[in-house]
Design a protein around this ligand. Sequence first.
Ligand code: IMP
Ligand code: MG
Length: 179
Amino acid sequence: MNSDCERILLDEKTIQARVKEVAAQLDKLYEGRKPVVVCILKGSVVFFVDLIRNMKTPCELDFMAVSSYGAGTASTGELKVKKDLAADITGRDVLIVEDIIDSGNTLYHLKKMLNARAPASVNIVTLLDKPSRRQAPMEPEYTCFEIEDEFVIGYGLDYTEDYRNLPYVGILKRSVYEK
Ligand code: IMP
Ligand code: MG
């Protein structure tokens, strides 16, 4: 285990098993359709890759970079679009793949923005959800794991751009961000 990690919250096996389950649910939802699956960079990239590899539904892939966060651990409530979609999503089924929903501000604003482009549907699948932290009215259609109010790293998730390539989700030691 990484020495900045307090403990492992979700190990590799647990994550992979749950991702498979959710991929099967999404296959059912999108049967006979071809969604645009959107990876929200950078935190979702690991989850996104594992999810699409487990989905049998034909799909298009697209990428967006947005943030409501600065370099630290607190949300500003503002949405910055750093990279927009390449695809025209008018009339398309859109599946947003997110790493974690915390305040809900990022996805609340993002969903509103994408809905304004007249897609056929917008659904959200998130690896992690911290429902106790919610500020915006935002409920994902699919959640792999609900977690307590802890700052987590790994499996794509970072703290100041570190730890994204850890194969598990771990709780970051408070001493790392309180020093
Ligand atoms: P929200 O707008 O507050 O829901 O923030 C969502 C974004 O904040 C996520 O996409 C992450 O980038 C980041 N975030 C929130 N909680 C954590 C965490 O525990 N670890 C790492 N990043 C987090
Ligand atoms: Mg992030």
